[in-house]
Design a protein around this ligand. Sequence first.
Ligand code: TYD
Length: 132
Amino acid sequence: MSTFNKIQLNKIGDLRGNLVAIESKNSIPFEFKRAYYIYSLDEKTPRGFHAHRELKQFAVCVSGQCKIKMDNGKVKETVLLDNPAEGLVIGPFEWHEMFDFSHDCVLLVLASEHYDEKDYIRSYDEFLELIK
Ligand code: TYD
């Protein structure tokens, strides 16, 4: 049992292929206002290295695979995302680092708020202070 919240999405498959829908507040436990995706990633260049104060996010590898190192200050866990029908909730005060991107990795992220740099905690020391 993981500390972090992986969610299985409903995959609708038929002879033509597969379809996955993600509905705000139905498929994932929050409303989303923003979607972004990262791609053309370098296998050896990790990203992330931050936490958020309020933002909730849901990350799904719609192509390829990557790993996300999750850290809530007490538990550290590496989550593999390698299934377009499965994603990970990244909640507030969860430090995360994405790494080991496959060449075909496209990581889609749905976020509860518009982009706001003030919501970022980019220093790990500050993160540890804030969660005390
Ligand atoms: P950043 O959050 O640092 O990326 P990662 O977590 O993958 O390492 O964002 C990289 C750049 O993109 C930074 O300049 C902020 C900008 N950005 C936006 O303009 N809008 C967005 O929705 C996001 C997520 C980032």
